[in-house]
Design a protein around this ligand. Sequence first.
Ligand code: NAD
Length: 293
Amino acid sequence: MANILDGIKLSKQIKQEIKEEVTEYVQKGHRPPHLSALLVGENGASVTYVDNKIKDCHAVGFRSSLVKLPETVTEEELLQEIKKLNEDDSLDGFIVQLPLPRHIDQEKIIMAIKPSKDVDGFHPENFGKMALEMEGFLPATPFGIMIMLERNHIPTQGKDVVVIGRSRIVGRPMSILMSRKGEPGDATVTLTHSRTKDLEEYTKKADIVITALGVPHFLKASMIKEGAVVVDVGITRVEDPTRERGFYLAGDVDYPEVFEKASWITPVPGGVGPMTRAMLLKNTMLAYTRKFL
Ligand code: NAD
C-alpha cells in the first residue's frame, strides 16, 4: 500500500506560507504582489481556470486583475495588450490563458511576454534558463511536482526516473528538472512518448514514474516495480451518467491497483492539480520579491 502525496494539504501549506510573506511585505509599507490574467473569448474551461486563479490570489492577499478580450480580437490587438501589461510597473506578472483562438499564433504571443513577468514559465528564455540551471520561472506543473517530492523527502539522487509524455508544459520540462543537479534532481531520466517502443521495459525498471499523457488508467500495476514512486499528472474527463456532473476526473494511472504496489502515489484529483495552482502564486511571489534584491 502506497503513501499518499497529498497535493491539497501541501498546497494549503504553501499558500499559507505565501500569505504570511505577503503580510510581512505589506506591514513594511510595500504594495501587495499583483498578478494579471489575460483571457480571450468565453471558453468554459478557460473561464473557470482564470476564476480559480483570481480566487487563489485573493486567498493569499495578492492583488489580481483580469483583461478580457473578445474571441474576435486580432493578433495585433492582443500584442498591444501584452505590451501594456509588460510596461505596467504596478504588475509583477501575468498569464495569457491558453488555448487561444485558432487565428492567433500562440507562439508569437508567448514570445511577446516579457520574460521577467512570465509567471507561467512558457517563454523560451525561461525554458532555456531552466535547462541551464539559471534563475527564471519554472512551469507550474513540473515546479509543483518538484516541491511535492522535496517536501515529502522523496530521494531522487541516482534514481531511475521515467517520464511519460513530452509536452512543452509538463513532460519535457519535468525530464529536464529531474536531470538537473540538486535535490530533487540528480536522477537518470528517460523521456518516453507515443513513439516509444516497449514502454513497459522502461517503466518496470523505474524508481519514479511520472505520467503526463492524458490517457485514463493507462499505467497498470504490472508496468511498475514494487515500491516505485508514481506521480500522476493526467486529468481527463470521463463520461459517467451515474454521476451528478455526468463525468468523473481520471488520472493516467490505474489507481486502485497501482496504489497497492507503489510506495508513494498522487491521487487524482487532489495530487498534482492543486500544486500546479499554488505554483502560479509562488512564481508571482518570486517575480515580486526579485524586485527587492
Ligand atoms: P499533451 O496532450 O500535450 O501531450 C501528451 C503526451 O503524451 C505526448 O507527448 C504524447 O507523445 C504522449 N503520449 C500519448 N499517448 C501515449 C502513449 N500511449 N504512450 C506514451 N506516450 C503517450 O499533454 P499535456 O498537456 O502534458 O497533458 C497531459 C495530461 O496532463 C492531460 O491529461 C492534461 O489534462 C494533464 N495536465 C494536468 C495538469 C495538472 O495540473 N494536474 C497540468 C497540465 C496537464
